[in-house]
Write a protein that binds this ligand. Structure first.
Ligand code: ADP
Ligand code: MG
Ligand code: MG
Length: 921
């Protein structure tokens, strides 16, 4: 709600060793503003931050709640704060003798790289520039600052924030950039820095004319109008297309709003004793505890990120293939480098996390312009958390909470088979900005990437450089390849945030994006749609599609250290859904403590399934119990062998074996040869066989003759499976191997089905004890809860069942009435229109399906307090869902082998968050 209170504070000042705000005020001041205040004012820091002030996010909310009006006291508060800056800087805003220039910068709570645009050098006009020239004694510098202001202002404030959609994507910035390039060509120079004061002066005039011509507006000459125009633009850009798109991808609420930071300018473009740079307190690419960064001499603002010139390394460690011959900041300005190094160490110690910092050196004087917790890929996140814990910087709980569970996927990122990679020729080399291997078809625009990807094609986005407009296409691509830019460029930063394979600065190729192809330095032409392979860990590009293989996690010491902590904290068990001894072994390697779902039907699919499938078909096509029993007898051997192998790998850890689940017609053969073979085997004619097939047909098989219903219709099917389970367990027992099967009945909706099947289990149990001469076979009997009615009837179900396993795939399907095989047709639209917050098959729909699960757990435990409860849907490997399962008291989650590490970490985080909550509430 908007507030109009007269004494409301809307503006927070910082600078001169003081600050009104601090780091904890991110919601009000935005991330950038809160950190500027912290750096400027905290007693342990008091860093050289150019003075300024932050206009709060509340003003943004007010602005949108009140038809784009500001609170009435805002103007006065801004003027007061500005006066303070003037005092600290000894300059006046709008002064013709010694003008103070300001930057206007956005800053939401969470960093949204590049989403909001900054306007630098505000306060310059044809009069104040004379003062800047006189004060700096550098006309070229002054006009460089001026032409940048006109360009940024036209682009950010007038065009973008004004909501103008430039025709055919040719915006004012591009028009001005092209003009700048032309002038450079006319002058025969290569770099912006080679242009003279006169050239730049002319450009300023031309830029103003271009603004008028294309945008039908004048560049405002009054400094105050420029300032307020900039402020308004930041607020407007919060609801710009790009910002909304990014918020959608990153799930940032629209209501947060952005703050605006207004700050005195310092100049990295004041000549060759000035520079600007970006650095990280640790290497965000691999997590190493080494100061890492890039800088550009005689440059301003975003030049480093924009990749206009190749940035130089700040130190030896930061050198790469492109910058290895450039002078390091350490060499170039040893004193300032030392100061910067000392500051970065203090910052990391203060924030206890890796910081991403922006700095500028103006005529030998160092200024800090920004710090924030740095983005990192999964590999680095794990290494930094483990290292900082070892260094004693953070405690175990913090280390565990530091890593986003989903980022663990990146540790398992497939890489190219090195033996095969060796045999392929590298067609181009760039900088390794995002690790892992990726394979896809080349596209040259973000729009094409989106379109191709929507058709299920894997694409690699190839661009000279990327900008915020490309975010959607970058997201949909397997990998990104750019020809310009360094390790801190837009593409690198965004890809790093997502853990996406990315190569930047690959200047060896030249892109012809209109004709849609690129050419390598050897003259090879790669067209749109051609396959390429990128090794983002090395920066190498190959033609064609190289095979990917998995990595060996056990070689990653940091991962092992972190997961040791994880296992100390988590209280829920983590099991795996696995159908073969091989999968089970894989999952054990990832830390699975049992099997939460072993599907007996798996043996009828894929490799080695010929014989069992034939026997199953024979059983299905049998007409009499006699025929069926003889087929089942043959099948028994296969089922028992599989179950025994899996129980054996698990060595006494629980293995939940689900009895046959799918509708039988799924196994009916369709090809003629198979049918003929079957008719021979059964000794029945093809026409009889066809009639039996017809009889098995169902209109709605997913809700048809399947699950426990099969066991009710054909008790002998249950009997065979249960016998296989008990005999396998008993045999292992006799061989001295522990085994603990859990028999799980699928698709139940009430107690009586369970009791019916339990009678069979009891009978076979007794028979097996006698047959194999053992006293006892440890096991459990339970059911899957996957039909809404089962959840509601959980109290009576628990009278028979010892455990519940929530089959959340089907439970979601049946609760929503969404066929999970057919959601492709309508779910994307639902998500687009925000009719649903997310895909309920990916993350549990906590308020709906979650409610059913809660009811199921509560009612079940009312009957049987120590009822064992777990989950075996795909949701078991989704971090948010795992946390939900913890919160409602489940004993374990189960997921596919590759999600096991994610589930373990999420479970530990849930336990820690839970404890913290209890502590403070
Ligand atoms: P973002 O980080 O969202 O891209 P910033 O507000 O950090 O945007 O600004 C873009 C660039 O302008 C950065 O390189 C920053 O260091 C630079 N910049 C911002 N304010 C100033 C200032 N007062 N003096 C000098 N450079 C500035
Ligand atoms: Mg920016
Ligand atoms: Mg920045």
């Amino acid at each position: 709600m908007a507030t109009t209170a007269k004494n409301e504070k809307y503006v927070y000042s910082f600078g001169g060793g003081k600050a009104d705000g601090n780091e904890s005020m991110k919601n009000l001041l935005g991330g950038k503003g809160a950190n500027l205040a912290e750096m400027a004012g905290h007693k342990d820091l008091k860093l050289p931050v150019p003075p300024g002030f932050t206009i709060t996010t509340e003003v943004c909310t007010y602005f949108y709640d009140n038809k784009r009006q500001y609170p009435s006291t805002l103007e006065k508060q801004i003027k007061d704060a500005l006066a303070q800056v003037e005092k600290l800087m000894g300059k006046k805003f709008g002064d013709v003798k010694n003008p103070l220039l300001m930057s206007v910068r956005s800053g939401a709570r969470k960093s949204m790289p590049g989403m909001m645009d900054t306007v630098l050098n505000i306060g310059l006009n044809d009069e104040t520039i004379q003062g800047l020239i006189a004060e700096s004694g550098d006309e070229r510098f002054a006009y460089d600052a001026y032409r940048r202001l006109v360009m940024m202002y036209a682009d950010v404030v007038i065009e973008k924030a004004g909501g103008m959609e430039p025709a055919k994507g040719i915006g004012i910035r591009k028009i001005m950039d092209e003009r700048l390039e032309e002038v450079k060509k006319e002058k025969g120079v290569e770099l912006d820095t080679d242009l003279s004061a006169d050239d730049l002066k002319k450009l300023v005039k031309e830029f103003k004319a271009l603004t008028k011509k294309h945008l039908k507006q004048d560049f405002p000459e009054t400094p105050w109008d420029q300032l307020m125009g900039g402020v308004g633009a930041v607020f407007a850009s919060w609801n710009g297309k790009r910002a909304i798109e990014y918020r959608r991808i990153e799930n940032i609420p629209d209501e947060w709003g952005t703050a605006v930071n207004v700050q005195a300018m310092v100049f990295g473009n004041m000549g060759n004793d000035s520079c600007t740079g970006v650095a990280f307190t640790r290497n965000p690419g691999n997590g190493e505890n080494k100061f890492y960064g890039e800088y550009l001499v005689n440059a301003q603002g975003e030049d480093v990120v924009a990749g206009i010139r190749t940035p130089a390394p700040i130190n030896q460690y930061s050198k790469n293939d492109h910058s290895k011959n450039l002078t390091t900041l350490e060499k170039f300005m040893p004193e300032q480098y030392k100061e910067l190094d000392e500051i970065q160490q203090r910052l990391e110690k203060h924030y206890k996390d890796m910081q991403d910092i922006e700095f500028t050196i103006e005529k030998g004087k160092l200024y800090m312009l920004q710090c924030r917790v740095g983005k990192r890929n999964g590999v680095s996140a794990v290494k930094m958390a483990a290292d900082m814990y070892k260094e004693g910087m953070i405690d175990a709980e913090t280390a565990i909470l530091r890593v986003n569970p989903n980022q663990l996927v990146e540790l398992l990122l497939p890489m190219f088979d090195p033996d095969i990679e060796k045999t392929h020729k590298v067609i181009a080399k760039g900088l390794p900005a995002g690790p892992g291997g990726a394979v896809g078809r080349v596209v040259f625009s973000s729009e094409d990437a989106v379109e191709w990807a929507s058709k299920g094609k894997k694409v690699i986005l190839v661009r000279e450089e990327t900008s915020p407009e490309d975010v959607d296409g970058m997201h949909k691509s397997e990998a990104i390849l750019t020809t310009k830019g360094g390790m801190t460029s837009h593409a690198a930063l965004v890809a790093r945030g997502w853990g996406k394979c990315c190569i930047v600065g690959c200047s060896e190729i030249s892109i012809h994006d209109k004709e849609k192809y690129f050419v390598t330095k050897d003259g090879k032409k790669i067209k749109e749609g051609d396959w390429v392979s990128l090794n983002g860990s090395k920066g190498t590009v190959y033609e064609g599609s190289l095979p990917l293989i998995d990595v060996d996690l056990n070689k990653n010491q940091s991962y092992k250290q972190l997961m040791t902590l994880v296992d100390k904290y988590k209280t829920m068990g983590v099991r795996t859904n696995a159908d073969t001894p091989k999968d089970v072994e894989q999952a054990t390697y990832f830390g699975a403590e049992g099997v939460g779902l072993f599907r007996t039907e798996h043996m009828f699919y894929g490799e080695g399934s010929d014989k069992p499938l034939f026997l199953l078909r024979k059983m299905i096509m049998s007409d009499t119990e006699q025929e069926r029993k003889s087929a089942l007898n043959e099948l028994f051997t296969f089922v028992k062998r599989d179950i025994k192998a899996t129980l054996e790998v698990m060595k006494g850890n629980p293995v939940t074996i689900r009895l046959l689940d799918p509708p039988l017609h799924e196994f009916v053969p369709h090809d003629k040869a198979k049918l003929q073979e079957l008719s021979k085997e059964l000794g029945v004619s093809m026409s009889i066989l066809n009639r039996r097939i017809l009889a098995l047909h169902e209109n709605n098989p997913m809700l048809g003759h399947r699950g426990v219903r099969l066991g009710v219709s054909y008790p002998e099917i249950t009997e065979m499976q249960v016998r296989a389970i008990f005999e396998a367990a008993a045999e292992l027992q006799k061989e001295g191997v522990k085994a603990f099967p859990e028999i799980m009945i699928p698709v139940t909706c009430g107690r009586h089905e369970l009791s019916h099947q339990k009678a069979i289990v009891d009978k076979v149990y007794d028979e097996t004890l006698e047959k194999l001469g053992v006293k006892k076979i440890p096991y459990m009997y339970g059911t899957m809860i996957e039909i809404p009615r089962a959840a509601l009837k959980a109290d009576s179900m628990a009278m028979v069942a010892d455990f519940f396993s929530f089959g959340t795939n089907d439970l979601t399907q049946m609760s929503f009435g969404f066929s999970r095989d057919d959601i492709g047709g309508f779910l994307p639209k639902y998500l687009d229109l925000k009719l649903l917050p997310g895909d309920p098959f990916v993350s549990i729909d906590q308020s709906g399906v979650g409610e059913l699960i809660k009811i199921g757990v509560e009612r079940g435990r009312k009957t049987k307090p120590n009822l064992k409860v777990g989950i075996c849907g795909e949701h078991g490997g989704d971090a948010e869902s795992v946390k939900f399962c913890h919160s409602i008291g489940m004993n374990y989650v189960s997921c596919s082998p590759f999600r096991v590490p994610i589930a373990r970490l999420a479970a530990a985080q849930a336990a820690i968050e839970d404890k913290k909550y209890v502590k403070t509430s």
